[in-house]
Design a protein around this ligand. Sequence first.
Ligand SMILES: NC(=O)c1ccc[n+]([C@@H]2O[C@H](COP(=O)([O-])OP(=O)(O)OC[C@H]3O[C@@H](n4cnc5c(N)ncnc54)[C@H](OP(=O)(O)O)[C@@H]3O)[C@@H](O)[C@H]2O)c1
Length: 312
Amino acid sequence: MKTMKAVRIHSYGGPEVLVHEDAPCPHPGDGEVLVRVHAAGINPVDWKIREGHLKEMIHHAFPLVLGWDVSGVVASLGPGVTRLKVGDEVFSRPEISRDGAYAEFIVIKEAEVALKPKSIDHVHAAALPLAGLTVWQSLFDAGGLSAGQRVLIHGAAGGVGHIAVQLAKWKGAHVIGTASARNHDVLRELGANQIVDYATVRFETAVEPVDVVFDTMGGEIQERSWKVLKPGGILVSIAQPPGAEIAAAHGVRQAFVFTQPNAAQLAEISRLVDAGKLKAIVETILPLSDATRGQELSQRGHTHGKIVLRVV
Ligand SMILES: NC(=O)c1ccc[n+]([C@@H]2O[C@H](COP(=O)([O-])OP(=O)(O)OC[C@H]3O[C@@H](n4cnc5c(N)ncnc54)[C@H](OP(=O)(O)O)[C@@H]3O)[C@@H](O)[C@H]2O)c1
């Protein structure tokens, strides 16, 4: 059997359960493609799954390859694949219940794959699918953000936040972000209209009422966010399901988003990148064998932009 290098876990646990080892090279089945991974993005969900936080929700088989953000080249096609061909440069946020992209190869359903932006390399393309889809599904699908509305983005300098700032600007919204002071210049460059230093200012005292709050934090940040919403506004969280009752008590709406694969939305994101409207900031690039260090950095909770593993 052909083997590949992969970073896998054989049980839930701390960073020490990540093993860089030989693993069987997967084969594409019906409607699937084999992708030669060039780069794999690291996201907080990777170490949350490694620690077992999602085990009630997603049933994984061990050993498990982590990592669900990928850019690479189609290496072979399973039966029934019609849209893609061998050699296509693609990116994806694949289904999270299956083996991920900390590996030389990954099998992905064709329906979850889009052509990568032509104007950027694989490392930057691998930083986009998960964050890009998260923002699209949160701000646009759930939040209904439209031109002229005001949006507050918590954690605006993070992997998801810095994409949210740009997509909200592209939509024509007035964008307010929270971030520590060292990230303010870059957020201004990305188009934020107002930036609040969460370390020194309580955002609810500095922000005029908004139509949409994008909550990437949960906890007390979410609790304090209700009062900055306009009547009928909406809090969209990706961190913690907000309660329907508390939203109703504040006269506003709420939604929780768990990001889903979506090739059509990825294609839109790809077009926006090539049109110069959207870019991923990559803070740290590491080799595949350094996935442990990448996850440790992510877990500190102060990533600016993204952390990406370069595989080729
Ligand atoms: N539900 C879903 O489908 C989904 C999808 C994607 C992500 N998520 C979750 O969303 C969260 C954010 O993801 P991410 O990839 O953006 O994480 P990340 O890249 O680690 O970014 C976290 C950011 O939060 C900022 N931050 C820390 N404490 C803060 C505070 N009190 N107020 C405001 N900002 C603060 C940090 O900025 P400073 O350096 O300025 O402190 C950092 O840039 C994670 O919990 C992740 O698991 C959920």
